[in-house]
Design a protein around this ligand. Structure first.
Ligand code: F6R
Length: 615
């Protein structure tokens, strides 16, 4: 996690860095800091808290002048969030200053060695060890900063994206990456450094994304020099044209990014299937699947690896792939999978799902699967992300930037891509008739309008939120395709409102959770017409007889649940396998409104970060 920003050029660095950090706060927000070179010395200010706290402190503490600077917004790994542990960190001499995203695993051994050599440490961070290691190498070998960084990094075990500069050489910033993203924006005689392109999108559309084990020397007015950290080989820079625009990364009149992203879902889903779902031709076109059709058809099974909300989308896909394409599916938490000794063969297809494309556990699971011969297919949102590059093939979700920490449009667009994949494979395998296939395409094409309709429940969901906002526990129940939606609804509530919530398959309730039900317990039950409807109605009756408060998510026009439930929220009718795309909408809104009413920071919930690049 953590966000890093740097600037070197002809403009004032401070406004670019502070704004850039605000855009990167989704990556971490427990402390922040900036170091500027003012023409003669480094000026540094840092603080526990958010970027806005830094802004107040910094502007009263130091001069903001300077056309070279680096900044950091942190999600603590080593050392509690406090002023001292915040980045940037100085080296002992005060000549070097560094920002770092990642973890140096062997920092303790390195620190002991440096202490023996007389270095003293102010913070508990691994980063301060790294900057002093660089200083030590530089001093002992009397070499330039770039070379010293390279030698030091070859002694380091772990993950990093770093930016470091030397006040005696204020014309360059040295950057490097292993396992954490780092982009260099190329302007006219100016360079921007950042964890993603959002901090510099209004200045340039040209960017270089460093690959793992690469470092670059970014010199004022010169070309960027990229080298391999291990063997010093020069690398030809590949300059990409960015598709991102400013509007996409701003709130556009909404109070929170989360709400904006919930409302963007109709468009996002359309973007996901644009050019891929061809209902008139009765075709699904997904280049990544088409190019590897032989492998997909020969596969014994699909293993899905993912974390959090992406894992829930994977779980929905288990039902969809098995139902439509008759392929056995196993859905694995990437963090568990990577440390087991899983049985993987060359006849397995691994699908890795990730919004950010940077999740460390998912990345490690991919590497493990590849090392055992599996073909790995990525479903990512962020174009050019580590997972997108590490996988053998893939399909982007094209949801646009998701900035709210709680994932919303990523979930529905992941389900959309996975449904398209299942449909394509079902057709190729002949497990679905041509009329059924066509019917599914038509129904999927109608989903954006139906999501739009589901969003109309917003005001009513707000009323319900007001009634239940003080509850201390929630239960979410669903069956079949909607069991993962129950898990996702509970996760959304937990992460942004800090209310304890559990998701369960509705029929499992009687094996334990039913003991929790009393008149204080709100139970959200997904009870759409298609899919075990009568059975779920029986479950609702069981809750009712124990005086639980029932919030039913039902198909428009439903009568039976209405009679039993305290409240019902209607969603439009669709075919069973597509119901998760609709039932999830009121659950997103419910968690959003409760969190807002409780005064929580919806877009930046405590202890969380958008992109989990540490294990
Ligand atoms: C929940 C949430 C997380 C992510 C998880 C995986 O709202 O956002 O649970 O889903 O950290 O992240 P990605 O999809 O980026 O791999």
């Amino acid at each position: 996690m953590c966000g890093i920003v740097g600037y070197i050029g002809h403009r004032e660095a401070y406004p670019i860095i502070i704004k850039g950090l605000q855009r990167l706060e989704y990556r971490g927000y427990d402390s922040a800091g900036i170091a500027l070179y003012d023409g003669s010395d480094i000026k540094l200010s840092k603080t526990k808290g958010k970027v806005v706290d830094l802004k107040d402190k910094l502007e009263s503490e130091i001069s903001t002048i300077g056309s070279l600077g680096i900044g950091h917004t942190r999600w603590a790994t080593h050392g509690v969030p406090n002023d001292v542990n915040s980045h940037p960190h100085y080296s002992n001499s005060g000549d070097l200053v560094i920002i770092h995203n990642g973890i140096i695993e062997n920092y303790d051994a390195l620190k002991k060695e440096l202490i023996k050599r007389g270095y003293v440490f102010k913070s508990d961070t691994d980063t301060e060890v790294l900057v002093n290691l660089i200083e030590d190498v530089k001093r002992n070998e009397d070499i330039k900063l770039g070379k010293a960084v390279q030698i030091a990094l070859n002694q380091v075990v772990g993950a990093y994206a770093i930016a470091v500069f030397d006040k005696n050489k204020p014309n360059e910033i040295v950057v490097a990456r292993l396992g954490s993203p780092l982009a260099i924006g190329i302007g006219e005689d100016e360079f921007f450094i950042a964890s993603d392109a959002s901090p510099f999108i209004e200045f340039t559309k040209n960017a270089i994304y460093l690959e793992d084990e690469e470092m670059a020397i970014v010199r004022r007015g010169k070309e960027v020099k990229i080298r391999k950290i291990k063997n010093d080989a020069l690398v030809d820079p590949y300059v990409q044209e960015l598709q991102l625009n400013l509007e996409q990364i701003e709130k556009g009149g909404y109070d929170h990014f989360m709400l904006k992203e919930i409302y963007e879902q109709p468009e996002a889903i359309k973007d996901t299937f644009r050019g891929r779902l061809l209902s008139k031709e009765a075709m699904v076109k997904l280049a990544g699947v088409e190019d590897n059709m032989k492998k997909f058809l020969a596969a014994d099974r699909i293993i899905v690896v993912a974390c959090g909300t992406s894992w829930h989308a994977g779980l929905v896909s288990e039902y969809i792939f098995e139902d439509l394409a008759r392929i056995p599916v196993e859905v694995e938490y990437a963090s568990e999978f990577r440390y087991r000794n899983p049985v993987i063969t060359e006849k397995d297809i691994v699908i890795a799902i990730s919004q950010s494309g940077e999740t460390a556990d998912t990345l490690a699971a991919i590497k493990l699967a590849k090392s055992r011969g599996a073909f790995v297919f990525g479903v990512c949102n962020v174009v050019g992300s580590s997972i997108a590059r590490e996988t053998d093939a893939g399909a982007y979700t094209h949801a646009g930037p998701e900035i709210g920490v709680a994932s919303t449009k990523a979930f529905t667009t992941q389900i959309t891509v996975l449904t398209l994949m299942a449909l394509r494979l079902a057709r190729a395998k002949g497990t679905i008739s041509s009329s059924e296939f066509r019917h599914h395409l038509i129904e999927l094409e109608l989903i954006p309008d139906k999501v739009e309709e589901a969003l109309k429940s917003d005001a009513f969901v707000q009323t319900i939120s007001d009634i239940y906002k003080d509850a201390t526990n929630f239960l979410y129940l669903g069956r079949g395709f909607n069991f993962p939606v129950a898990l996702e609804g509970a996760l959304k509530l937990k992460e942004i409102s800090y209310i304890h919530a559990e998701g369960y398959p509705a029929a499992e309730m009687k094996h334990g959770p039913i003991a929790l039900i009393d008149e204080q317990m709100p139970v959200v039950v997904i009870a759409t017409k298609k899919g075990h409807y009568e059975k779920v109605v029986s479950n609702i009756q069981e809750i009712k007889s124990r005086k639980g408060k029932i919030i039913g998510i039902v198909t428009k026009g439903d009568k039976s649940v209405k009679e039993l439930a305290d409240h019902v929220i209607e969603v439009p009718e669709t075919i069973e396998c597509l119901t998760p795309l609709l039932t999830t909408i009121p659950l997103q809104l419910l968690s959003y409104h409760i969190a807002v009413m409780l005064g929580k920071n919806v877009d930046q919930p405590r202890n969380l970060a958008k992109s989990v690049t540490v294990e």
